[in-house]
Design a protein. Structure first.
Lengths: 113, 113
């Protein structure tokens, strides 16, 4: 079985500063990795995904993530955050086969003006 | 764009009532899912379905059942609602490929009193 750890439950950051949201996973098989974002009072939407190929993945709204197989990590980064990035971010892993996707517990990003 | 529609945004029910949560997707997706979202616990999979009339238990199926009579519709049933089922419920759908991202509805916030 796989698991996902998002160590930071909340991350406050000033507007225009860089941010990194951490995600570590464990799995006995190769996985597909995703980041989802949830804005207040909404469902989740896909931010980016790693399926194969280049370990640096670019997503929407200027976010990117780097897959590191040796460290089993998939950290999310943005060089300069905006107020509108205030949301909760979820890391997720899918081991393939039937899509029993496992989500992390989420990280709330609070952008301070 | 894929649209996943959950019939109710807010729902208040009494302990012991039978509760139906409905979800409809409009993109002919094979897979449909029900998650429960609680603060600090992330998303936990209740049930999922890969085809009409087919269902599989997720990580926390106790106290729930599901129905998928048509491809576009996936219903979650609480046979006898209890206060510990007060939560946000999220429906999602995806294409049949195992690495396809999930598309979420906006959620139903259920309160059981």
């Amino acid at each position: 079985a796989q698991s996902v750890t998002q160590l930071d439950s909340q991350v406050p950051v000033f507007e225009e500063a860089p941010v990194e949201l951490r995600c570590n996973y464990s799995s006995s098989v190769s996985v597909y990795l995703f980041w989802y974002v949830q804005y207040p009072n909404q469902g989740l939407q896909l931010l980016l995904k790693y399926l194969s190929g280049s370990t640096l993945v670019k997503g929407i709204n200027g976010f990117e993530a780097e897959f590191n197989k040796s460290q089993t990590s998939f950290h999310l980064r943005k060089p300069s955050v905006h107020i509108s990035d205030t949301a909760e971010y979820f890391c997720a892993v899918n081991p393939g086969g039937y899509q029993k996707v496992t989500f992390g517990t989420g990280t709330k990003l609070q952008v301070i003006p | 764009d894929v649209k996943v529609t959950q019939s109710s945004r807010y729902l208040v029910k009494r302990t012991g009532e039978k509760v139906f949560l409905e979800c409809v997707q409009d993109m002919d997706h094979e897979n449909m899912f029900w998650y429960r979202q609680d603060p600090g616990l992330g998303l936990r999979l209740i049930y999922f379905s890969y085809d009409v009339k087919m269902k599989e238990k997720g990580d926390i199926p106790e106290g729930y059942s599901v129905s998928r009579e048509k491809k576009e519709r996936f219903s979650l049933i609480l046979e006898s609602a209890s206060t510990n089922q007060t939560s946000m419920y999220l429906c999602a759908s995806s294409l049949g490929q195992y690495n396809s991202p999930l598309h979420f509805g906006n959620g139903t916030r259920l309160t059981v009193t």
